[in-house]
Design a protein around this ligand. Structure first.
Ligand code: NAD
Length: 252
């Protein structure tokens, strides 16, 4: 997709969790196109290197991190600050789906893992980087939640609950930082075809498509376009807010 509009990110440094693939990588490309330097935080070393190559001339630091680990996140923060000296933008895109089974059949260990990565992860990264932003009196945090967090998809209870948690985390932190220069928002995409689909059953993918009035999946570049605005200086009077991007599914 051609980028119709660019935001000016020259001099801005962005941390993107899950930035090695899918939506996170599309966001990385979009921010880099506006001149941002990047720290990609991901647990997949091979994908990270491929992402760096794909980003061409952009200034990219790759940080191997499991976002569900407090120690690893704090180390990633220190490595990022050693490289860039500051963080202006944090995008939380790392996530997993968990199994497509009913609540009654959900393995407890898998429930815990979804919560650890999808909810504890953004909590830990916000906890590590929001103070850095507050000290500079500037920051933009964008959390990638999901329409599942508003609606509660059947056979995806842990995922849906974790994303509802991300929405509430966004609202709490947005209010806590409202009188600073830091804005905190989230988006709630409907299904976007990425490698994440490999973690879902075909039945679940069909269910998600059937719910989208536009009758198509979103594209990572469409998600990145909305995130670019939320990560820009123009996003100045929105905080703690939830932005729909669901092909008409979410109308509230
Ligand atoms: P993806 O699988 O293509 O990419 C996810 C990335 O996160 C991968 O690079 C992976 O290595 C990384 N990651 C996973 N667990 C990690 C961990 N513990 N620590 C660090 N990195 C980790 O998925 P995607 O489709 O790009 O999803 C990105 C975000 O968008 C997720 O939060 C997802 O829930 C959300 N989302 C996706 C869709 C969709 O349909 N694809 C819809 C709504 C919301």
């Amino acid at each position: 997709m051609e980028h119709a509009n660019y935001y000016h990110f020259a001099g801005r440094h962005a941390v993107i969790t899950g930035g090695a693939a899918g939506i996170g990588l599309a966001i990385a490309k979009r921010l880099a196109a506006g001149g941002a330097s990047l720290s990609l935080w991901d647990r997949d070393a091979g994908q990270l290197e491929a992402a760096r190559t794909g980003l061409g001339d952009a200034r990219v630091q790759c940080v191997l991190v499991d976002v569900s680990s407090e120690a690893a996140v704090n180390q990633a923060r220190d490595a990022t600050l050693a490289e860039s000296g500051k963080v202006d933008i944090l995008v939380n895109s790392a996530g997993i789906t968990g199994p497509n089974v009913t609540v009654c059949d959900y393995p407890v260990a898998e429930w815990d893992q979804v919560m650890q990565i999808n909810l504890r992860g953004p909590f830990l990264t916000c906890r590590a980087l929001a103070p850095v932003m507050r000290a500079n009196d500037y920051g933009r945090i964008v959390n990638i939640a999901s329409i599942a967090g508003k609606e509660g998809n059947p056979n995806a209870s842990a995922y849906s609950a974790s994303k509802a948690g991300v929405i509430a985390l966004t609202k709490s932190l947005g209010k806590e930082l409202a009188q600073t220069g830091v804005r905190v928002n989230c988006i709630t995409p409907a299904a976007v075809r990425t490698a994440m689909f490999a973690q879902m059953t075909q039945q679940h993918i069909d269910y998600m498509l059937s719910k989208i009035p536009m009758a198509r999946f979103g594209m990572p570049e469409e998600i990145a376009a909305m995130v670019a605005w939320l990560a820009s200086e123009d996003c100045s009077f929105s905080t703690g807010a939830v932005f729909d991007i669901s092909g008409g599914r979410g109308t509230y």
